[in-house]
Design a binder for this molecule. Structure first.
Ligand SMILES: [Zn+2]
Length: 206
C-alpha cells in the first residue's frame, strides 16, 4: 500500500476543494448539493459552520454582502441540502422522487418570496426589492435554490444529470459528453491511477 498512499497524499499545489463540477456554475442548486464533499482525505462540509455557510451564500449571490446566517439557519440549510441530494440521487438512479424531499423543496418554494416585490417610498417611488431581513436570508436562499433545483430536475439537463464515479467522491454533475464518468479531472486521474496501480500489483503477483 506504500505506493498508493504516496499517490493519494495531497500536494501543496492542489487546493482542497475541487473546481465546481460541470453544470454547477449554471445551476446553483447543483453546487449546493455538492457543498457536502467526500474527499479521499475524508468528508468536508462547506456549510459546516455559520461563517462558512454565510460565505457560501454570499459567493453564490444568495445573500447580501453583509448577510450572515446563524447556527440554526445553517442546520436548516444542511437539512434542506439533504433533501436536494435525495432528489438528485433519485433522478440519477431513475427511482421515484422521495415524498419527504419533494415536500421540503415545495415548502422552501412557498416559505419565502423568491422574486423582488413591488414597493413604494417617497424618495424612490415605485421600485422592486427583495425582502432581506437577517432572519429571512436562509429562507430566501432556500427558495431560490429550490426553484433552481426544480428547474434542473424538470429541464433538458435532467437527462444528463450524473453522480461522480470516482469513489469516494459523491458530487453530482451535468454530463457534458456521454463518456464523462467523473466530476473533475482530479477524480478521473485518481481512478485511473488506482486502476494502473491495481494492474501493476496483479502483474507483479502473476
Ligand atoms: Zn468526483
Amino acid at each position: 500500500m506504500r505506493g498508493m498512499s504516496q499517490r493519494t497524499a495531497p500536494t501543496a499545489a492542489e487546493p482542497v476543494v475541487p473546481p465546481p463540477a460541470p453544470g454547477a456554475e449554471q445551476y446553483p442548486a447543483l453546487d449546493f448539493a455538492n457543498s457536502l464533499l467526500t474527499l479521499p482525505s475524508g468528508p468536508l462540509d462547506l456549510l459546516g459552520a455559520p461563517e462558512a455557510a454565510s460565505e457560501w451564500l454570499v459567493e453564490h449571490g444568495l445573500a447580501p454582502e453583509a448577510g450572515r446566517v446563524l447556527g440554526p439557519c445553517t442546520v436548516r440549510l444542511r437539512v434542506f441540502r439533504g433533501a436536494v441530494r435525495e432528489l438528485l440521487d433519485a433522478r440519477v438512479a431513475g427511482r421515484p422522487a422521495p415524498p419527504g424531499a419533494l415536500a421540503a423543496v415545495n415548502e422552501a418554494l412557498t416559505a419565502a418570496p423568491a422574486v423582488a416585490l413591488l414597493h413604494w417610498d417617497a424618495e424612490r417611488g415605485l421600485h422592486r426589492r427583495l425582502p432581506h431581513p437577517a432572519d429571512r436570508i436562509a429562507d430566501r436562499a432556500m427558495a431560490r435554490l429550490a426553484a433552481d433545483a426544480a428547474d434542473l430536475l424538470t429541464g433538458p439537463d435532467a437527462e444528463r444529470l450524473a453522480r461522480c464515479g470516482g469513489a469516494p467522491c459523491s458530487r453530482f454533475y451535468v454530463r457534458t459528453h456521454a463518456a464523462r464518468h467523473w466530476c473533475s479531472t482530479r477524480c478521473g486521474d485518481r481512478v485511473r491511477a488506482a486502476r494502473a496501480y491495481a494492474k501493476r500489483r496483479a502483474e507483479q503477483r502473476a
